[in-house]
Design a protein around this ligand. Sequence first.
Ligand code: PEP
Ligand code: MG
Length: 755
Amino acid sequence: MNHRDHSKLICDISELTTLFTDTGNLDSLLQKIVEMIALHMNADVCSVYLYYDESDELVLKATRGLQADSIGRVRLKLGEGLTGKALQELRPVCEGDARAHPSFRLFTGIGEERFCSFLAVPILRGQNRIGVMTLQSERKDHFTAEDVNIFRAVTSQLANTIEMAKLLMSIEKPSASEQKTAPRVSSLKFVKGRSGAEGFAMGEAVVVALPSLDDMAFAGGDQPLTLADLHGAVLKTEQQLEALQREIETKLFDVASLIFSAQILMLKDQAMLGAMEALIAGGDLPQAAVRRVVAQYVARFDKMPNAFLREKRYDVIDVGRRLLENLVGARSVERQYSGKIVIARELLPSDALKLSTQGVLGVVLLSGGVTSHVAVLARSLNIPLIIADEEGLLSLSPRAVILLDGEQGNLYVDPDQAVVKTFRDKEDLRKDSVKFRRNVKDRTVTRDGTAVHILANINLLGDLAVAKDYKAEGVGLYRTEFPFIVRSDFPTEEEQYVIYRKLVEAMKGRPITFRTLDIGGDKVLSYYDYAKEANPFLGLRSIRFSLRHKDIFAQQIRAILRAGVISPVRLMFPMIGSLDDLYAARAVVGECAAQLSAAGIPHLSSPEIGVMIELPSAVEMADELAREAAFFSVGTNDLVQYILAVDRTNEKVADLYVPHHPSVLRALKRVADAAIRHRKDISICGDMAHHPRYMAFLLGIGVRSLSLDARYIPKVQERILSIDIPSARKAAASLLECSSLSAVEKELALEYPLA
Ligand code: PEP
Ligand code: MG
């Protein structure tokens, strides 16, 4: 076994990004991948095979260590040899002496005879077979169990990139012609929406719901550009994208992934560039050639059978725009998202990440709720976001200027000077008050001296800096699913461990509560083949998913327990509905700890285990759950949704989503009583925890711990300082007596008048 620091390649996107530099085309990219991995894994051979459904064949596409002329010649059927077996069975195959294995298939004339140890891992996106990566060594028993884990992790990080390369390599020469649709123009002036992430922004609107090739049409006019100009623009575009990819790595280590790789690969694709060159040779101007080829590629992607691949049309358009910008000069085509306000029907979390890196000022969505996960992410990324169900926004004129008021959820189109001035003043005030508010105190106490613990919700590791800035006492909710959402496959245990370790190290011993994977609902994974669900929020979501996929669950638990060695962490399970759920999930933790012990891997053997109270069934079972669990954390975002049967992401019923509905208040009281009776901690980690108007009620029913987006800490702390516990108890008692929403609202207004 070598002593190279394998973990460097895991999640070290900047290292992987270097793959793209100096790579001339897609073949040479694959070659660079195998060179890099062979070096890091201390292997004599590293090869990549791509799998083609149509012929049911794996084809060797790049190798370091086997003879170069074997590339393209070595072909294996699915299940054939150890390589084919790894792909057929969708699992790694590791042999200390492969030649002795009955499935081994020796190819003569490629220099394979002298290698003994063999390791193959499938390259997958979910269950989609993309190919196989193999390692070989002359030494017997060279690859260890740890090598298998590392190799899987690295391969999983590269899977998206390899899939995209494969797709581009196999794309036929397109023939579609440019499409043109007349732009529709809307005459909206003001839209009342709802705030998803606070802040103000003003800039030109870009509608991305229907990204249009027309936007590219005006670029460049008839400037007499040449082939050399095109080559210059390609180079510049590549450099810009590589720089963006590096930038996202420093800002967003945990979710950076290789999210610009699809665009970089398109530029490396000789077929795409070749098609542009051929048009130029035939007399087209380069700017026209770019537009035509991009349109042809978009048409090709639109025909893809798989939704994930169809989405790549946006990447093609992005690349086309950037290329034109560099070709015709920045004055003719402006930067696409920098300084702009994006309007979209909906966005994926990975889109929000991209937009943030590209300098977007604000986002307007037509659908989704304020507690939807894109909104949660926008807050972490500091992008003001509003949700406004107004179709006319999708047809705003391309030059319309929007003023977005993320505080009130309002949107002004081409605002007049007076409106702009009001907002500039407000923004100045806000900046001042942010500075002022940073004078938060280390500890939060009520007016009569009762301590209230304020912890932070962390979605991205980048939130940690904000949490520290605002003096959060720890992390009350770490939403572990975000690194899962942007990847191409479930992150391996090693990948997760690297991320979790960073979090634990950064918190330097302060308490951290890990919430286990909470996907499903509005958090869908591109690589998981969900059986179509009519009601995803009532479907295979959250702990139900984890318990149905114990292998994925166990990988996460092991990674958390390993990170818990640095300093103890707490674990909690989302969407628990019964004691049985808790027992089943807890049993997995026990099994994982036993596995780690047996393997001699240092870990935290018995973390405190709590449950999230998010379901009406959990409210009913609160007493028993409180007896069994170490603590409660109330996820009010879901609790409200499920008690009131109001979809938290459906803008059309947003007015019915009311956290202070009497039924919710009474449920919270029952849950708090149960926790207190059993002397267990109870904390609130949904959005109710950051609304000053609910503070008196929450303290009044006995809550002493809150976990919230750290940006709200100053406001919440300020409110708590003004409350004394006896009056909070009285306020809570009056609210609990209210039998109607209107009565609750009257009481609340008396207690904490809204401005
Ligand atoms: C909640 O439901 O309130 C919660 C904190 O979890 P999430 O918003 O991630 O569903
Ligand atoms: Mg929840």
